[in-house]
Write a protein that binds this ligand. Structure first.
Ligand code: DGL
Length: 270
């Protein structure tokens, strides 16, 4: 096995939205080798049952363990809220696991926000993970959660800054369920793409949490604490695998990673 610091960081998502997290990690830790796996054959996870998400996540974890990753980042809120314990179990004691929810919760509880909104997929919101984790660490704050399932297909179809996206964003965010909030957690790795439109909807009166940066920072702290940060001066190799590959996936990968990347098809379920 390679020494701990030079082992890769494994990142996985139901598809390509997790590339927003991979990008933030790449920007903060450019020398780290990254192995990204997007389960495009099975997406979306956002409307799947816990059992199914656990099963898919366990198989991907097995692959990332075989690749000798030093850390596995679950770059998907639906998998983080439904399959974190299973991923930790599968990863074993030699691999650290970071989900995308805990770093954001730790950040939020250190702030003065009183009415915290959370939007995400149905499978994330149904678990009440953000609500439970925030309330466990901090009393006296409101956590208002709402599933916004149309946002993922809307973004993937390229409706980002137009009449359709503005109407969908306005309709969701005007609902009573999350009214009067002072901050909004984007509890889905697709949503950073529409952060500007959400800011515009709120006239910049509501703070939108930049989750990618918070997760990358938390990974950096973990690598330093465990003394497993790659100190090489060379840029780390990045490999991007997907369980299904179409021309369309290539296009949306570019949108999420903000640069051209090579996707390689790897069907772990064959
Ligand atoms: N990546 C998923 C998440 O962050 C959204 C896409 C899906 O539903 O698979 O929850």
């Amino acid at each position: 096995m390679k020494n701990n610091a030079t082992r890769p960081i494994g990142i996985f998502d139901s598809g390509l939205g997790g590339l927003t997290v991979a990008k933030a990690i790449h920007l903060m830790l450019p020398n780290e080798e990254i192995i990204y796996f997007g389960d495009t054959a099975h997406l979306p996870y956002g409307d799947k049952s816990k059992d199914t998400i656990v099963q898919y996540s366990a198989r991907i974890t097995k692959f990332l363990v075989e690749e000798q990753c030093k850390v596995i980042v679950i770059a998907c809120n639906s998998a983080s809220s439904n399959a974190y314990e299973e991923v930790v179990k599968q990863a074993g004691s030699n691999i650290h696991v970071l989900n995308v929810i805990d770093p954001v919760v730790n950040y939020i509880v250190e702030t003065d926000y009183k009415k915290i909104g959370v939007i995400g997929t149905k499978s994330t919101i149904d678990t009440n993970t953000y609500f439970n984790k925030i309330h466990k660490k901090k009393k006296g704050v409101y956590v208002l959660s709402m599933a916004t399932p149309l946002l993922v297909p809307m973004i993937e179809e390229g409706f980002i800054f137009d009449d359709i996206s503005n109407a969908i964003i306005r309709t969701y965010l005007s609902r009573r369920e999350i009214s009067g909030i002072d901050t909004l957690i984007l509890g889905c790795t697709h949503y950073p793409i529409i952060k500007n439109q959400i800011n515009k909807f709120y006239n910049f009166d509501v703070d939108i949490i930049d989750t990618g940066k918070i997760i990358a920072e938390s990974l950096r702290l973990l690598l330093d604490k465990e003394s497993i940060r790659n100190t090489s001066t060379k840029r780390g190799v990045k490999n991007f695998y997907v369980s299904d590959l179409t021309r369309y996936f290539k296009l949306i990968a570019r949108m999420f990673f903000e640069e051209e990347i090579e996707l390689e098809k790897l069907n772990l379920w064959k």
